[in-house]
Design a protein around this ligand. Structure first.
Ligand code: TYD
Ligand code: MG
Length: 395
């Protein structure tokens, strides 16, 4: 297999581990409206600007609309060819004639294989046209990018049934009401699957978010109980995320835990450990735990921050604003080490944090970052510095 070539959109190249591989097929899946067409157009323009041929099959919008959008997003290189023929045979013929380096199909649900009777977008159609594109890509050494719409439950005919047919599956999703967009690889035959590309949807298309920690912490308010920051890993990149918790007394009724951006089972486990190993009455509260700003923290390293946030919420005591907490919590209440701790702590220090609650086994952090080593979650909670109430001014 030939070496990957960079597409020229850095966040995409990072997620792909270098770029697109000639002869491979990549599925870009996402909900309608998330920005798939915008991203593919920016990619297509970037590849074409580097002088390579790009063939874009426009099944969703008229080529004139696409040209207008491309012009709005930047210059339109002449090596970007847009066609609106959605017949799979015609697309293959165009690819044979032009031999582009990149073939973009927006979307796979609009392509039609005349040999298949059902309507475009049906399971048999999307499978058949994908099969044709896979064959043509391999034969011609072209990189093909297929756009596929999915709904929230992934039930729509399309991307899910294609995952095993293609080499790479990228998922594009975003905050429901915000501008942040995330590109993740779910399957990648030629590289890593744990890198995340982060973009802002702006008026001028998608822009890379160069400093995700800053982006996530920008709206943080100080002095609130139930908040602490966790240094997470997004692929190889450390990113700081605010963990928030709210505890509402149920006056006797059994409590319920609601989560956003974290794994509900981990939250339930941390809540149970807090109750049985640290004496917190978590069962008597409705608990809400959220990774702020639409972030996702699914790694166990987020456990300590979940515990600190819940404990702070129940106590009504804000944690000092310059504290981060990191560590996996075991059922015995022990705080366990996490991968790449030094890397995470450096990021915390860079962003102005000066105290870190870490597992007892933690290596030294950067100079200037005070480490509070704790063997158990009980020790960690006892060590967490609380916010010093502001001196009340003289009246
Ligand atoms: P689009 O790429 O068409 O989404 P998809 O192909 O996944 O359905 O873009 C969706 C939204 O993005 C659309 O509501 C308009 C918005 N948008 C911007 O905010 N800025 C832009 O520069 C562009 C091109 C689109
Ligand atoms: Mg689209």
């Amino acid at each position: 297999m030939a070496l990957p070539f960079p597409v020229g959109v850095d966040e995409v190249d990072r997620v792909l581990g270098g770029g697109l591989t000639p002869g491979s097929v990549t599925l870009l899946a996402g909900e309608p409206g998330v920005g798939k067409s915008t991203l593919t157009l920016q990619l297509a323009a970037a590849v074409a600007s580097a002088g390579a041929g790009v063939l874009l099959v426009a099944g969703e919008e008229a080529p004139s609309q696409i040209a207008a959008r491309a012009a709005r997003l930047g210059t339109v290189p002449s090596s970007l060819l847009v066609i609106d023929d959605v017949c799979a045979e015609a697309v293959v013929a165009e690819a044979e004639a032009h031999r582009p380096q990149l073939l973009v199909i927006d979307s796979v649900q609009t392509l039609r294989d005349p040999a298949v009777e059902s309507h475009p977008g049906s399971v048999s159609q999307v499978k058949a046209v994908t099969g044709r594109m896979v064959e043509a890509s391999k034969r011609l050494g072209i990189s093909t990018l297929l756009v596929g719409h999915v709904t929230k439950d992934g039930a729509i005919a399309g991307p899910r049934v294609l995952e095993h047919l293609v080499d790479t599956v990228l998922q594009f999703d975003g905050e429901p009401h915000g501008e942040l967009r995330f590109l993740r690889s779910l399957k990648h035959r030629f590289g890593p699957t744990n890198e995340v590309g982060i973009f802002d949807m702006t008026g001028d298309g998608l822009a890379a978010v160069p400093d995700p920690s800053d982006r996530y912490l920008r709206d943080r308010r100080s002095g609130l109980a139930g908040s602490v920051v966790v240094p997470t890993l997004s692929g190889r990149r450390p990113v700081l995320i605010e963990m928030q918790a709210l505890a509402v007394d149920t006056s006797g009724r059994p409590g319920h835990t609601t989560v956003q951006g974290i794994d509900g089972r981990r939250a339930a486990m941390v809540s149970a450990v807090l109750a049985s190993r640290a004496g917190y009455r978590t069962q008597g509260c409705d608990l809400f735990v959220s990774a702020a700003g639409g972030a996702e923290v699914t790694e166990p390293a987020g456990d300590a921050a979940i515990a600190v946030a819940i404990a702070s919420a129940i106590d009504g005591q804000p944690v000092a604003p310059d504290v981060v907490a990191v560590g996996e919590i075991g059922l015995g209440g022990e705080l366990r080490s996490v991968t790449q701790l030094e890397h995470r702590l450096q990021e915390a220090f860079r962003m102005g944090f000066r105290t870190a609650v870490v597992p007892a086994s933690a290596p030294d952090g950067p100079t200037g970052l005070r480490l509070l080593r704790a063997a158990t979650i009980g020790e960690a909670l006892a060590a967490v510095p609380q916010e010093v109430p502001a001196q009340s001014g003289r009246r």
